[in-house]
Design a protein around this ligand. Structure first.
Ligand code: UGA
Length: 452
């Protein structure tokens, strides 16, 4: 099938690569011309494991353009995957979405086209996009009467494992109020639903992978599924963090408690890692948007609100623990291991490291930091914070009064902790992710504390 994708961010680029890989003819459009030039020459603007290899394999089916006139006419499916960043009120900024819808309306032709919202949009946006498309197509001077339907196809991919999540998803959700739109999307995803595509060598199909459940529903339900899924995952983490706080008071081990509850198949073991809480561009934004949408209907969402409060409390607890250990923070040097909001990405949006660094800087701490991938991005986006960036974990440890493990990169698990202890002024490590081997650190003479 012929597909156009508007937006070459994490979602658009991954979706484009995967659809081209499974055999569709895909045109990826972005109005950022330098970005398109870079993509054409093989440069990838984001860090995502295996994306380079997949794009290489998919290249015969993939083109990049900044021109709507090139990408849209003839496409059977047009995905809108543009950014919807949060505004101060919590509601997402829909400017890019509305621009994309208007441009699509100018260029779709008379054949039936499904316009799919892949961006996370407020409930009801499908109808709104439909009206923008109609409005802009009415102003056309070429006499073409477009035939289209709007659908929602939320994505559930996680940064760092985006390709795996796209090719081997737990489910695919498609929502539309017109049956023929659902049928087009079903055909598009059929190779993934039936798992009939040849798996890439670098991303083998999991042994337990069979047919993928397809949830085919109405527009509003598909839109709400996205928010509800992210809110549930966020509150699962906040729940374990709240229990973790109590565990600390009563002398229980939160990792054991999480294992004990997670083995109940009704609860499940994933997203129960206690620590400094969630960051990233999705959970914070989507929980805020859900609360904002509910507000428009005069509803409160106390559970989702509590999840946010607990998440922000986890960051304060980092400072409290450092204060308890060091007594005075002013004039101390504290090192952060990890800047990205989670391992295997260079994304710094709502990264806990930034919030923690700022809280420490505000208290007069000299903050040093390392990250295996995100240093360059941090330097360009957050240079003014005054964090001293280091090219190795040992350089961070040098002269530190405390180290905080913020992002659980594998590189940090296998550090030479004897050497780290020797380098530090005060051998104290606060593990914000329950990721390090407590015995190993204790043997190295490090005072090891977790945050739960
Ligand atoms: C999340 C969802 O997991 C995806 O399904 C969804 O598609 C995506 O948002 C989105 O809406 O675009 P992502 O933000 O990439 O994906 O990353 P996650 O793996 O969900 O991690 C989010 C945050 O939660 C990270 O800061 C991570 O460190 C933290 N986390 C995760 C915990 O603190 N504990 C856990 O047990 C799991």
């Amino acid at each position: 099938m012929r597909v156009a994708i508007i937006g070459t961010g994490y979602v658009g680029l991954t979706t484009g690569a995967c659809l081209a890989f499974i055999g569709h003819t895909v045109s990826c459009l972005d109005t950022d011309e330098p970005k398109i030039r870079a993509l054409k020459s093989g440069q990838i603007p984001i860090y995502e494991p295996d994306l380079e290899d997949l794009l290489e394999d998919a290249r015969p089916n993939l083109t990049f353009t900044s021109s709507y006139a090139e990408a849209i006419p003839g496409a059977e499916v047009v995905f809108i995957a543009v950014g919807t960043p949060p505004t101060p009120s919590g509601a997402p900024n829909l400017e890019y979405l509305s621009q994309a819808a208007r441009c699509i309306g100018q260029h779709i032709n008379g054949d039936f086209t499904v316009v799919v919202n892949k961006s996370t949009v407020p409930i009801g946006s499908g109808n709104w996009v439909g009206s923008l498309l109609r409005e802009s197509s009415e102003h056309r001077t070429d006499g073409v009467i477009p035939d289209f339907a709007v659908a929602s196809n939320p994505e559930f991919l996680r940064e760092g494992t985006a390709l795996h999540d796209s090719l081997y998803p737990d489910r695919i959700v498609i929502g539309a109020d017109e049956q023929r739109a659902l049928e087009v999307l079903y055909s598009l995803y059929r190779p993934i639903v039936d798992q009939t595509f040849q798996a890439p060598t670098f991303l083998p199909r999991p042994e337990s992978m069979f047919a993928v459940p397809l949830v085919s529903t109405d527009l509003a339900s598909a839109e709400l599924i996205k928010y509800a899924a992210n809110a549930f995952l966020a509150l699962k983490i906040s729940f374990v963090n709240e229990i973790g706080h109590l565990a600390e008071c009563v002398g229980a081990n939160i990792s054991e408690v999480a294992r004990g509850i997670g083995l109940d198949s009704r609860i499940g073991p994933r997203f129960l890692n206690a620590g400094i809480g969630w960051g990233g561009s999705c959970f914070g934004k989507d929980t805020a948007a859900l609360i904002a949408t509910a507000g428009e209907y005069g509803l409160h969402m106390p559970i989702v609100e509590a999840a946010k409060i607990i998440n922000s409390r986890q960051r304060d607890r980092v400072v409290e623990k450092l204060l308890r250990e060091l007594k005075i923070l002013k004039g101390r040097t504290i090192g952060l291991l990890g800047l990205a909001f989670k391992p295997n990405t260079d994304d710094l949006r709502e990264a806990p490291a930034i919030e923690i660094a700022q809280k420490l800087i505000d208290r007069g701490v000299r903050v040093k930091a390392h990250d295996p991938i995100a240093l360059e991005r941090f330097e360009s986006e957050h240079r003014s914070m005054g964090v001293h960036l280091c090219t190795s974990p040992l350089e961070v440890a040098d002269g530190c009064d405390a180290l905080v493990l913020v992002t659980e990169w594998n590189d940090y698990r296998d550090l030479d902790w004897d050497l780290v202890a020797k380098k530090m002024r005060n051998a104290f490590v606060l593990d914000g992710r329950h990721a390090l081997d407590a015995d190993k650190l204790s043997r190295a003479g490090i005072h090891y504390v977790t945050i739960s």
